[in-house]
Design a protein around this ligand. Structure first.
Ligand SMILES: [Zn+2]
Length: 296
């Protein structure tokens, strides 16, 4: 088990726990893919660990249960399970004494979802619990949209901000997870300090796609665009080749390339909404053929 970066937060929590000043609720904020949930899981491990292992490997009964997602006192709630009935059940569960250790820990992913209008009931149940904290239950609310967390929840939790990771931390993490990849440095530099984003870039083959454009393999590029499976991948492909199109425009001065770059920005905006993916892919592919293969 390795953890990368966030040294300040690692030290802060050790000091806080050792001096018995742990708060009952924390918001972990920062961009996606930098290890916020993993950090919360590590704090949970420490609180329950029989060997008091802190951010280090441990095979005690409690740590093994956490690693297998089977620990009865650790509750992980994700976007899909963030429903009023589940929160109600959770609150009733945590009102009972911890089964294995002293603490119960609740980790809620995408906690900003609670501000949606259809989540009022779930949010209110949670809020009531945060208003009457228990000494033995700790909440970690994870978000990449701190501003969208309900103000009533924000005021009852301590915000810990996580910054994007350093290049070497992302590289170390990605190298251990995808040991056979040759273009790790490029993926890491495009990742803005997020392990998750670097992995997305590697898994979606975007670096190879960029190379197709650089090699002027437009037919293969268009084939790839037509095969893109979802809006998220198309968004990443377009945002990654956008700077390349601008460079080409500066080099050649072709007006059509400037138009193409505006068109790409327009697509990126539209991809945030419910759109017909096939239509956009086919439109973009023809535009690429029209501009690039004729001019470059
Ligand atoms: Zn342990």
């Amino acid at each position: 088990m390795n953890f990368y970066g966030h040294d300040k937060q690692v030290e802060l929590f050790l000091r806080t726990i050792k001096s018995n000043r742990l708060h009952h609720a924390y918001i972990f904020s920062g961009i996606k893919g930098i290890g916020k949930r993993y950090f919360a899981t590590n704090i949970a491990r420490y609180l329950c660990c029989e060997e008091r292992a802190y951010f280090s490997k441990c095979l005690c009964r409690s740590c093994r249960m956490i690693d297998e997602g089977m620990h009865p006192d650790i509750y992980q709630i994700n976007r899909e399970s963030l429903l009023a009935d589940n929160i109600r059940e959770l609150i009733s569960d945590i009102s009972m004494t911890a089964t294995v250790g002293t603490y119960k820990v609740v980790i809620i992913d995408d906690a900003d979802v609670l501000s949606a209008t259809n989540q009022v009931v779930a949010a209110n149940i949670l809020l009531k619990t945060l208003e009457e904290p228990s000494d033995s239950t700790i909440f970690f609310l994870i978000t990449d949209r701190y501003d969208e967390i309900l103000a009533t929840i924000r005021s009852r939790a301590v915000n810990i901000m996580f910054r994007p990771l350093e290049f070497h931390d992302v590289k170390d993490a990605v190298s251990s997870l995808r040991p056979d990849i040759s273009f790790i440095d490029t993926a890491v530099s495009l990742s803005y300090g997020s392990i998750g984003k670097a992995l997305d870039i590697i898994d979606s083959n975007i670096i190879n796609v960029n190379q197709l454009l650089i090699d002027k393999e437009f037919v293969k590029f268009v084939e790839y665009i037509r095969s893109v499976p979802d809006t998220k991948t198309l968004f990443m492909v377009i945002s990654n080749i956008y700077p390349y199109v601008l460079v080409l425009y500066k080099e050649t001065g072709y007006y059509e390339l400037s138009e193409l770059s505006y068109y790409m920005l327009e697509i990126l905006k539209r991809l945030n909404y419910n759109i017909n993916l096939d239509l956009i892919k086919s439109d973009f592919a023809s535009k690429i053929v029209e501009v690039l293969s004729e001019k470059i």
